[in-house]
Design a protein around this ligand. Sequence first.
Ligand SMILES: [Zn+2]
Length: 285
Amino acid sequence: MGQLFEAGAVACSDDGSPVEDAELTRRAFEYCLMFDKPLLSHSEVTSLTKGGVMHEGMVSLLLGLRGMPVAAEDVMVAQDITLAEITGGRLHVMHVSTEGAVSAIRRAKQRSIRVTAEVTPHHLTLTDEMLKSFDSNFKMSPPLRSREHVEACIEGLRDGTIDVIASDHAPHAAEKKMRELDQAPFGVIGLETTLSVIITKLIRPGILDWATAIEKMSLNPAKILNIPKGTLQIGADADITIIDPEINWTVNVAGFHSKSKNSPYLGWEFFGKTNAVFVAGKRRL
Ligand SMILES: [Zn+2]
């Protein structure tokens, strides 16, 4: 880990998989601490989610699909927080999706444990009901939850418990996503729709103001990773996204720059879109 950090790594993670071994997590916190780096956790107890396709609840029961219970996330977030507390390490919980996880992170912050968290656009806007279509573009890990968990994630975002909105962009080849639901891989793309989802579903209804939303997509991630980004100060890298907040557009496969098309928002109508992207002063889009 030391060599990785010296080579420029900004954080440590096994994302895609959780680190379930508590002793390994504890050591990872201790080593990260020496370099002042955060540990990014995909919090899941895999013995509880084994064979699971979607959120465990009434809809999974109706559809006869194997469920992934909220406890799988709640238990691991609790373990990660406890280990962050005893080591003094910095925990960042990725893609939070349950009411229990939001509550645990809120309590941990109140006790000054060094924890930050993120949520994805799909966990803020979609529920397990979407799986009634048997469309694998609604299959991700953690899974889409029921309405009360979506509400808890939105509340966590609003009250500052959740620091970051992250796309959790996970491209997959069409032929893999076209397999039957239990065979298709987990994950959806999000880079090209995240901003529009946030504008349409959070900013326009007044749940977040512009400054807070932008902060959660740029400044806060940079702070957590301790990189000098997310600001337009003089001397900062000219990484700039220019946004048209009013444009009305419909998501369609042909419009994607991404080679992968596995979006859960195909056919949705959104307000707001990226007009131009500059990276280090050069226009890229
Ligand atoms: Zn993950």
